[in-house]
Design a protein. Structure first.
Length: 369
């Protein structure tokens, strides 16, 4: 990964910006990403939660993940892992309802970091009233209270005290551990998880913007400041594309578009132009991030190489999710995107934790009840 711009000597450094703007400790939460995963995986086991033995012994036809925003992101990652090497169909629902085709043979996992996410409360209660077995992953709130009201509703407690998008490690690790217990995803070999987590910790440390204030992460963020942002990658990395976009939206207050290969080659490629056709007027201004990993299909890799050669913009980076599995590649990209989005927020003079429009909308909706 290479940077294309350098800092203005008169501008405050990323360290100075972090000291002034990072009032809620987003950098600190990012540094704890791997440890959050390690603790979450250990927290979900039959000894601590005896009811898991019964859940794990049942034959489920699928898993339905209910959630919104950062609380739903883990479900997307589970979907991709399941499609790659799982044994159950998985679907993420971000809405007030559940699919009409759903039945009790599908396990429901309702996730809300706060426990008070309106859409998740509606869809979860609808499922419970229809006789669903529901696993709640939450720090408390009304959603956790369902476990006292319905015998088929069980709680996997998560860790609070931080914004939901920084709690991805806590949330996803619990979802992953649960899917392994019910047989939807394979159990790892002995020592496999820990070896992966140690490699991921090296990535967290290596990308730390306060340890490397003039490194590639900050240089890339500087190149993003005045350019439209596009994130492109293969279908199996689509949850990373979505989470990257969402982190840029919330942390950095920036729009970002996403595209998956090969699907985008059948439509969006025309708008990028570069081969004798009229292109979108903003195509040349875009900064493009192409996400990849070692398991990418060879033809998809060929398509991405062709796209880089024909893009009309001069600002395109290919970023490979390092690791020995799709899981590790996805988590590696999570670490990278968190550092990039925080860096971009600071360069824009924004507190990366600030989400006033979301808070204002929730207050408006509360007034309409």
């Amino acid at each position: 990964m290479q940077g294309n711009s350098s800092a203005n000597n008169n501008s405050p450094s990323i360290m100075e910006l972090a000291e002034v703007l990072d009032g809620e400790g987003m950098i600190g939460f990012t540094r704890l990403f791997v440890e959050d995963i390690r603790k979450g995986l250990a927290a979900v086991n039959v000894k601590l939660m005896p009811w898991l033995e019964n859940i794990g012994s049942k034959k489920w036809n699928g898993a339905l993940f209910l959630g919104m925003g950062g609380s739903a992101a883990g479900g997307d990652f589970i979907v991709s892992l399941s499609e790659n090497h799982g044994s159950l169909p998985v679907k993420t629902i971000r809405d007030y309802s559940i699919p009409s085709w759903w039945n009790k043979s599908w396990l429901v996992i309702a996730t809300s970091h706060s426990g008070n996410t309106e859409e998740t409360l509606y869809s979860c209660e609808k499922a419970l009233k229809a006789g669903a077995t529901v696993i709640v992953i939450s720090t408390g709130g009304e959603l956790s209270g369902f476990c006292d009201l319905y015998p088929n509703c069980h709680l996997i407690p998560s860790i609070g005290g931080q914004p939901p998008r920084t709690a991805f490690g806590h949330i996803f690790s619990r979802q992953l551990a649960l899917m392994r217990i019910i047989g939807g995803l394979p159990q790892p070999f002995e020592g496999e998880d820990e070896a992966m987590l140690q490699r991921l910790q090296q990535a967290v440390d290596g990308f730390d913007i306060l340890e490397e204030p003039e490194g590639d992460i900050v240089q890339l963020a500087m190149a993003m400041v005045e350019r439209p942002i596009s994130i492109i990658g293969p279908t199996e990395l689509s949850p990373a594309l979505t989470r990257f976009k969402n982190q840029l939206n919330e942390n950095s207050a920036r729009f970002a578009r996403t595209g998956t290969v090969p699907e985008m080659n059948h439509n969006e490629s025309v708008a990028w132009g570069g081969v004798g056709v009229t292109q979108d007027p903003l195509a040349e201004q875009h900064l493009i991030l192409l996400l990849a990993w070692q398991g990418i299909h060879s033809r998809v890799s060929d398509r991405m190489d062709w796209m880089v050669a024909h893009f009309s913009t001069d600002f395109a980076w290919r970023i490979d999710g390092e690791g020995k599995s799709l899981l590790e590649a996805l988590l590696y990209l999570c670490i990278l995107m968190d550092w990039i989005s925080i860096s971009l927020a600071l360069l824009h003079g924004k507190d990366p934790a600030a989400i006033e429009p979301i808070i204002a909308l929730k207050e408006f909706l509360s007034s309409k009840k």
